[in-house]
Design a protein. Structure first.
Length: 223
């Protein structure tokens, strides 16, 4: 069964997402898997990381012993300082997002629909949620990439035909990178672009809640 096949770990998902970041781009990383992306950007590529906490041009996650309580990401993790970085108020950080000055945001998700709708702020069965900056980013960033496991802890698909959870943004997702595949939401539906090692398009379809559009040539998941 496809559900029993080996899946890629969170670091590999982050490595694949890192390949999508434009050199010189302003990039916002959400909570969870997205925070790992900063660890895998190529040394010859400069990316300016932005955080709602009020910092621009920070480094990757800080090493043990090099933590600064004033330098954290959206998940509260410590970041490395770099020359030329800037601190400012959270209000200014949100003004950058709402003003269209963030090139790419990488977010986690509870659900992504076939047409790129995003649900990532509430799990209805728990009855709680926290919007944070997700709605601003979904609406204001030029490109939204979702990094997530393909299924939730109960095995339910997170890539679905239509989101059943409250929406964060409608038609905002450009690319979805999971532990088994890379997918692209389009007006026609969810397109399967790459499969993880050992996975076939049929395997991915078996654990996906949306009907996938499968091109003649599906690529290999490469990092």
């Amino acid at each position: 069964m496809a559900s029993e096949k080996e899946r890629l770990d969170r670091a590999i998902i982050a490595m694949r997402v890192a390949k999508e970041l434009p050199p010189g781009g302003t990039v916002n990383l959400g909570i969870g898997i997205p925070t790992l992306v900063s660890m895998f950007v190529a040394d010859d590529s400069v990316v300016f990381y932005h955080s709602e906490s009020g910092v621009l041009n920070c480094g990757p996650l800080a090493e043990d012993g090099n933590e600064d309580i004033d330098l954290i990401n959206a998940g509260g993790q410590f970041l490395e300082p770099v020359p030329g970085m800037a601190y400012f108020s959270s209000a200014d950080a949100f003004a950058m997002i709402r003003g269209g000055h963030v090139d790419v945001t990488v977010l986690g998700a509870h659900q992504v629909s076939a047409h790129g709708d995003l649900s990532n702020w509430m799990l209805p069965e728990r009855g709680v949620g926290n919007i944070g900056g997700a709605m601003d980013l979904a609406a204001g960033a030029d490109k939204v990439i979702v990094a997530m496991e393909h299924n939730d802890r109960n095995g339910n698909p997170k890539v679905v035909e239509e989101c059943s959870f409250p929406l964060t943004g409608k038609g905002c997702v450009s690319l979805v990178v999971t532990d088994v595949a890379v997918l692209e939401p389009t007006p026609e539906g969810m397109v399967l672009r790459e499969t993880a090692p050992g996975w076939t398009p049929d395997d991915v379809q078996e654990i996906t809640g949306a009907t996938l559009i499968i091109p003649e040539n599906v690529g290999d998941y490469e990092v």
